[in-house]
Design a binder for this molecule. Sequence first.
Ligand code: 6GU
Length: 277
Amino acid sequence: MHIDVVSVFPEYFHILELSLLGKAQQSGLLQLRVHNLRDWTHDVHHSVDDTPVGGGAGMVMKPETWAECLDEVLPQTAATSHAKPILIFPNPSAPLFTQEVAQELSQAPSIAFGCGRYEGIDARVADYYRTIGMPDVNTRCTLDVREYSIGDYVLNGGEVAVCVMIEAITRLIPGFMGNPESIVKESYTGEPLLEYPQYTRPTTWRGISVPPILTSGDHAKVDRFRRDKSLEKTSVLRPDLIQCLDCHALDKADRKTLIALGWNVSGAHPVRSHNTH
Ligand code: 6GU
């Protein structure tokens, strides 16, 4: 996968050289290029922002600098594939970036990210690349322009959000993980349940023992125990995820556990029964 990132703080992306992401870059599985937006400024102060038209607090990133930069960077992003290039702007006022989105984007041959700072980028930039696309006559095509938020809180800029997105996307590229099985059972892949608690040796530590079933050697019982712990944990911490489960996809034991946790499972999706707190 080829990833281009544009930011006024390219240093933020040094963390992507660590651990598995660093290895993926060394092996060529991932090609990451980070561009400094200020390289496309022409004034002595390398200014990239201006006051908002219509008034208000803060600064807005100027469209000219972004466009000069993207006109040069995007054809490089697109060069590696015939697919419609994807351009993503992190934005706290956008749809949520979910595991499903990460899964879809992990199939893309190339992605570009444009990190806004301050009050964001002039809104015409995303609109322009969505409707008019890239300028080069040979590569002229519209882009798949998207905006995503990583959660309901505000960060100072898009850099950290883009690091999060890149990590979530690239670890799903086939061959990225040493052990691809560890992805299969994770929270949010497939059925959206939180993961059961994990333990390692010693089986008793500071007087606290691991649940004895886990050392029984009975794999069916271990699987059931873990499944029940997942359901229990999700019911307490993320009841919204339980409400999304498909009751018809639940086995008998799942239903029994959910009923005991205070859910009615006779409809299409679980609903809270009245006999609970
Ligand atoms: Cl994508 N950007 C910023 N600045 N803040 C955020 C965010 C993105 N997602 C959540 N908060």
